[in-house]
Write a new protein. Structure first.
Length: 340
């Protein structure tokens, strides 16, 4: 991974940058410790503690109103916690010497002056942060906006605005990157590009923290998860461990002895659901237990395949009691007017 480093020579006013490798063992970690944030009588973030290590993509998940955006704003110094701390490499955002070269954050789409061109928006950021102007065209190329660099950003679509926001986060080549809904408004090609790009940034040793409502996308992008509900921590673990924790794994069973096998499985405490293709979906028993039962009874097995729960299944199960805005569904699937 590379980072821009500023050097000032004594007895001269000369300023220049050198592109240097960061030390391999350097850890730039995001740490939240006992974070609390209240807005009047509402506690948006409630004693929240977690870590975001370098070298992996950490997904930040939670239902609407769970406190994700508030937490990210506190990390970026845009909101102040009532108590606790949000640190980047052991420092608050405001204590960083050159924030844009240490942390890049995309927390709001179209966070730019609509009258400026894409290139001039990035040039303004570069000049105010002593970043080489050459970086502007580099990041425009990275996000695919070179052909529209001289167009006013106010005329950009939501997806193009997202790309410009991503370019701004990359401008200082920071080691820490935060993204709130980075694929919002992007087409399928753009979504795939963001997914691969985030993973490549983490592979370089950067710290990548991504909030998203697209659970299926997080399943393809994230290595780790921080999951919150009503401002409180629900889980901080790997994606695989989070899915396993849901405990919804089932077994696909294919057998010619359907009736007899079903009766024995039910008698052993399993749940059995017949599928249209003739297979059985078995819950409540592990594959070795089903195999042992078949052996003892003389049943034939043509297929015995574990079916893991999806990340969406796990998320819905483990956050079902933390949903603040839940519509009330009437017959026919229409809402009866629950909170939006």
């Amino acid at each position: 991974m590379f980072s821009w480093c500023y050097h000032h020579h004594e007895n001269t006013d000369q300023r220049h940058y050198i592109h240097t490798d960061l030390a391999i063992g350097l850890e730039v970690m995001i740490t939240a410790h006992s974070l609390i944030k209240r807005y009047g009588s509402i506690t948006a973030v409630d004693n929240l503690t977690f870590e975001v290590p370098p070298g992996s993509v950490t997904g930040f998940l939670g239902p609407n109103g769970s406190g994700k955006s508030t937490t990210m704003r506190m990390i970026m110094g845009l909101d102040y916690p009532d108590s606790g701390s949000a640190l980047i490499g052991g420092k608050t955002y405001h204590d960083l010497s050159w924030p844009l070269r240490e942390v890049g954050g995309l927390l709001e789409a179209k966070a730019f002056h609509p009258g400026r061109t894409a290139r001039n928006h990035l040039r303004w950021l570069a000049l105010t942060n002593d970043i080489p102007i050459s970086r502007v065209d580099e990041v425009l190329e990275q996000v695919g906006l070179t052909s529209v660099a001289n167009k006013r950003a106010g005329n950009f679509s939501l997806g193009m605005g997202q790309r410009l926001g991503i370019a701004a986060t990359l401008l200082g080549d920071p080691g820490v990157l935060l993204f709130d809904e980075p694929v919002n408004g992007l087409d399928p090609e753009g979504i795939r590009w963001v997914r691969n790009f985030l993973r490549s940034l983490a592979a370089e040793g950067r710290t990548v923290f991504v909030s998203s409502h697209l659970i299926s996308e997080m399943a393809l992008t994230a290595d780790r998860l921080v999951v919150i509900g009503r401002g409180r921590l629900i889980a901080e673990t790997t994606v695989d461990d989070f899915v396993a924790r849901a405990g919804r794994g089932t077994i696909k069973l294919v057998t010619p002895d359907i009736s007899e096998f079903t009766a024995s499985l039910t008698g052993a405490g399993a749940t059995v659901l017949a599928q249209k293709d003739g297979s059985l979906t078995v819950g409540g028993l592990a594959a070795p237990q089903i195999g042992d039962l078949a052996s003892s009874k003389g049943y034939r097995i043509h297929e015995l395949t574990p079916i893991a729960a999806s990340l969406e299944d796990a998320f819905m199960e483990l956050t079902q009691d933390e949903v603040e805005y839940r519509p009330s569904m009437m017959a026919g699937g229409t809402s009866s007017g629950g909170k939006d």
